[in-house]
Design a protein around this ligand. Structure first.
Ligand SMILES: Nc1nc2c(ncn2[C@@H]2O[C@H](COP(=O)(O)OP(=O)(O)OP(=O)(O)O)[C@@H](O)[C@H]2O)c(=O)[nH]1
Ligand SMILES: [Ca+2]
Ligand SMILES: [Mg+2]
Length: 727
């Protein structure tokens, strides 16, 4: 390939030969040379263009500069050695930084070009090897050309034209030299050479055309590609645009939806806010009212506090007063209690004195009876004497009547019937009868022997219960002062019923005339007399106990056993009511028991009923040898309950335990009944004395404990009340 020197050298020397130039880049350089050469006066511009083209040839990669390596790569194409090329590079690299910029290259090139144009070079050292090479080439070329004549020249030109090398060969000087050499040295080989050239050039031509075609195709392809790329680009742009639009659309829609949503939210928030504001206003209003209220309440509170204080003071004062009142009340209660106890004790003492009095009177009565008996005896004797003497006159009879009147008259009425003892006593002791409400019947004493009259038939109307003494109204003194101390007798009806049964109280009556049908011959009251303990000490407390149960179950016998510790068979039935007082010791206390013996017979029930009410305890007795008496127990219990409720403790006694072989009521039944009704239960015998004391003491203890508990309760309640008042 031709160097720049070559081209430049051939340029000025052969301006008409357009085919001369660089073989490396024939296209553009060719065209440059073809355009420049005809002008023959290349200006700066043309030179620059050439330099530029050469620069581009060297800088094949389009880096914008030429490295030392780029120039060395041209070593095979340029007729220069590596060292020479190095020299050229160094010469061109003005600043010596190892790169040739386009300016450096152009400057160096133009320098060389201008130095070529002016043969007298001012700076031969600078041109270096290039210059030398140029000279060699010129010398050779000049020599060859010098040898060629006009004829040969045209001959060769023709050959060239025929071959059509202009299109293929840029620089034909080599071929020309070879042709000339061959023509001169070996003319016979010229035709071969020409043939060879023809072939070569035709091939070259083909190759050239082919290349052109390829270039054209390439250009077309490139254009197509460009077109396609442009198309693709446009499409892409379109797509991007549409995508963008879609995206924008979507975004807008989303944005709009979002904004709508937000607007709604905002709206609701605003509403909420509005509500909240209203609420706040309301609350503020409430707050204000509350504040006002608070003030009012505060004032009221203060007022109330003051009132409270006043009230507290008043309360204190009142409680003090109350306390005082309570203390007073307590002292009054204590007084009342002591008064009550004193009263009871008084009652007891009076009872006792009356009993003693009663005993004295009974003794007197006994004495009188004795006297009566004695007088009767005397009378009998007199009567017998009269009979025997038959000389007794009416005067003697009259005197009898007067004695008897004097002595027994007190006891007999005009009809010869013994007056009731109470009447008698009224006469004798002048004690008036006071009680008449409820109480004991005063049964007339029927003296069988007085005319042998039947009591029922004797015209004496049977006197009904006349005198009634109430247990409820402190009865004892009155009970005793009138007639109770008298031996109670059987009622006339009973006498009649028992076919002239005469009261055993007139024991002195001749047995022949007294026909006691009932085993109950004995009077009741007499034996009840004061075998009672004459205790020197007054009892601590007193309990009233009422004895009930069917007739003949042994109530009176039981009481006798308990009080006197003896048993009399054939007791008379109790009439109305009897009582005894017995003091017993219970756990260190002296307890006086006022034991009321009621009549079990049906007709006295109404009286008995009255006595339950003031009773502290009740004893219900049945006869364990008489079934019916046990069956009546329930009735007795209900009577008690009717009168006093179930507040009063009840002792159930099954009597006549000694008579086991005639037992009709099993023990279990009694126990069961007691359990059902919450009673104290004993089986006893008045006859043997078994369980008499035990059972009554049990009841007495129970009563005492009950009273103790009640007292304690009262005290505690009082204390509690006091405490609560003080507290
Ligand atoms: N075998 C036996 N007979 C007794 C017992 N207790 C009383 N008797 C007899 O039973 C009969 C009636 O006795 P009272 O004591 O009069 O009976 P009462 O319950 O007082 O009778 P009223 O006064 O009519 O209510 C009398 O004949 C007594 O001798 C006893 O424990 N054993
Ligand atoms: Ca440089
Ligand atoms: Mg009796």
């Amino acid at each position: 390939m031709a160097t720049p020197d070559g081209r430049v050298a051939s340029g000025p020397q052969r301006p008409s030969q357009g085919s001369q130039g660089s073989r490396a880049c024939p296209g553009p350089l060719d065209s440059l040379e073809w355009r420049e050469t005809p002008e023959r006066a290349p200006g700066q511009l043309a030179m620059l263009r050439k330099a530029q083209e050469f620069f581009q040839t060297c800088d094949a990669e389009g880096k914008g500069f030429i490295a030392r390596r780029d120039l060395q790569r041209l070593h095979e194409e340029l007729p220069l050695s590596l060292e020479e090329l190095e020299d050229v590079f160094d010469a061109l690299d003005a600043d010596g930084n190892g790169f040739l910029t386009p300016e450096e290259f152009t400057t160096g090139f133009s320098h060389f070009f201008f130095s070529q144009n002016s043969p007298s070079q001012e700076d031969p050292g600078e041109q270096g090897a290039q210059h030398q090479e140029e000279k060699v080439y010129q010398s050779r070329g000049g020599e060859a050309l010098g040898d060629m004549d006009e004829d040969e020249e045209s001959q060769f030109q023709r050959l060239m034209d025929r071959l059509g090398t202009q299109k293929v060969l840029e620089d034909e000087s080599d071929v020309k030299q070879l042709w000339l050499q061959l023509k001169k040295d070996e003319p016979h080989l010229l035709s071969n050479f020409e043939d060879f050239l023809t072939r070569i050039f035709s091939q070259l031509q083909e190759a050239h055309e082919e290349r052109n075609e390829l270039e054209f195709a390439l250009k077309k392809k490139i254009a197509a590609y460009d077109e396609e790329i442009r198309h693709l680009y446009e499409e892409m742009e379109q797509q991007i645009k549409s995508e963008k639009e879609q995206f924008l659309l979507k975004d807008t829609e989303r944005f709009q939806a979002r904004s709508r949503e937000l607007e709604q939210k905002l709206l609701s928030k605003e509403q909420e806010l509005e509500q909240l504001i209203q609420k706040q206003k309301r609350l503020e209003g409430q707050c204000t009212t509350l504040h006002n209220d608070k003030h009012e309440t505060k004032a009221e509170n203060t007022k109330l506090k003051l009132t409270n204080q006043e009230l507290a003071q008043e309360l204190e004062r009142t409680s003090r007063e109350l306390q005082d009142a309570q203390q007073q009340l307590e002292s009054l209660q204590q007084e009342a209690c002591t008064l009550h106890q004193e009263k009871e004790m008084e009652v007891y003492r009076v009872t006792e004195s009356l009993q003693r009095e009663k005993a004295g009177l009974l003794k007197q009565l006994d004495f009188l009876r004795e006297r009566n008996k004695h007088l009767r005896d005397e009378r009998d004797i007199c009567f017998q004497k009269d009979k025997a003497a038959k000389a007794n006159t009416a005067a003697s009879k009259a005197s009898w009547k007067r004695r008897s009147g004097s002595v027994i008259g007190k006891y007999m009425d005009s009809r010869g019937i013994l007056r009731s003892q109470s009447e008698e006593e009224e006469d004798v002791f002048g004690i008036p009868r006071r009680r008449s409400s409820l109480g004991l019947s005063e049964c007339p004493l029927t003296e069988e022997e007085s005319g042998g009259r039947e009591p029922g038939a004797g015209g004496l109307p049977p006197r009904a219960l006349r005198r009634i003494i109430s247990i409820e109204e402190d009865p004892l003194p009155q009970l005793l002062d009138g007639g109770f101390e008298q031996p109670l007798s059987r009622c006339p009806e009973e006498d009649r019923a028992s076919s002239q049964g005469v009261e055993g109280q007139t024991q002195e009556a001749p047995p022949s005339k007294l026909t006691p049908v009932s085993p109950r011959g004995q009077p009741v009251g007499k034996e009840a007399l004061s075998k009672e303990e004459d205790s020197p000490l007054a009892p601590d407390r007193l309990f009233k106990i009422v004895f009930v149960g069917n007739s003949a179950v042994g109530k009176t016998s039981f009481l006798r056993r308990f009080c006197e510790d003896r048993f009399s068979p054939g007791m008379a039935a109790t009439v109305g009511l009897d009582y005894r007082v017995k003091t017993v010791h219970v756990d260190g206390s002296r307890v006086a028991l006022q034991l009321w013996d009621t009549a079990g017979q049906e007709r006295y029930r109404c009286i008995t009923q009255q006595f339950f009410r003031k009773a502290d305890g009740v004893i219900v007795m049945y006869d364990l040898t008489a079934r019916q008496s046990f069956l009546s127990v329930r009735q007795w219990l209900s009577n008690v309950e009717e009168a006093v409720g179930d507040l009063v403790p009840v002792l159930l006694l099954g009597n006549k335990l000694d008579n086991e072989k005639e037992r009709e009521v099993p023990r279990g039944l009694g126990e069961q009944l007691a359990k059902q009704n919450n009673l104290i239960f004993y089986e006893c015998s008045a006859y043997s004395g078994h369980n008499t004391k035990e059972s009554l003491l049990h009841l007495a203890r129970f009563l005492k404990e009950q009273e103790d508990t009640a007292r304690e309760d009262t005290i505690q309640v009082g204390r509690a009340k006091k405490k609560s008042c003080c507290g």
